[in-house]
Design a protein around this ligand. Structure first.
Ligand SMILES: *Cc1c(COP(=O)(O)O)cnc(C)c1O
Length: 228
């Protein structure tokens, strides 16, 4: 069964990305669409891949491993974006290309140690608690420089950038403020760590604000796959 809704959703999203890029002077080619597939079946991911999506985000480990196994025939890049406990790091290190949700050195160390030598280093973003969000996930901006320095030295890791999930808001300017703060935090690290090139920010409801503030990866679930 072909789910045309997903194909249409992706076309609409690509237009939103183009429009926002034009409005805010961004190169649309510098913005990667990460399709967030949590709770959605492998067949939905296959439809998205058929419409040109190559980056897939997952939050729940077991569900993700099942999908990775059943979609092995596709050239997809898999991103782990959910909360990660230290007893779950090994399968993430073995099966994913990126992790966006690391906020502790202990987790990064385990991912580095457990990354198979035959694979390239695991791409990693540090999750920052940029607007003091309730979820408590994310390193505080104060502790970010020390964490970044420690993580950047791990052999199995390639530190790529920062990720945030700000408190939701319907107001464009309110949405932009935490994204601007994340961009500023990345810019503060870049002189010391010139490889940092990734701002993972923006979801279905605030991708325009994230693009305005420099997002290089937007993580879109609902507006690709429909409501969960
Ligand atoms: C679910 C999720 C998304 C996608 O959210 P939508 O609002 O459905 O686009 C993005 N990032 C993270 C970390 C998520 O858990």
């Amino acid at each position: 069964m072909t789910d045309l809704a997903i194909v249409k959703n992706i076309a609409k999203l690509q237009e939103r990305i183009r429009n926002a890029s034009q409005n805010y002077g961004r190169d649309p080619g510098a913005i990667t669409l990460l399709a967030v597939a949590k709770t959605k079946p492998a067949e939905a991911v296959r439809e998205a891949a058929g419409a040109g999506v190559t980056h897939i985000g997952e939050n729940y480990l077991q569900e993700a491993l099942d999908k990775i196994a059943s979609l092995e025939d596709l050239a997809l890049t898999w991103h782990f974006i959910g909360p990660l406990q230290s007893n779950k790091t090994r399968p993430v290190a073995e099966h994913f290309d990126w992790v966006h949700s690391v906020d502790r050195l202990k987790i990064a160390r385990r991912l580095s140690e457990q990354r198979p030598a035959a694979l390239p280093p695991l791409n990693l973003c540090l999750q920052v608690n940029i607007s003091g969000e309730d979820s408590k996930a994310g390193v505080s901006p104060d502790e970010l420089p020390a964490l970044a320095a420690a993580v950047a030295g791990l052999p199995g890791i390639r530190l790529r950038g920062l990720m945030a999930i700000p408190a939701p808001s319907d107001d464009h300017d309110e949405q932009r403020a935490p994204f601007a703060a994340l961009r500023t935090a990345l810019e503060a690290l870049q002189p010391e760590f010139p490889d940092l090139d990734t701002l993972s920010m923006g979801m279905s409801g605030d991708l325009e604000a994230a693009i305005a503030e420099g997002a290089t990866m937007i993580r879109i679930g609902t507006d690709v796959f429909g409501p969960r």
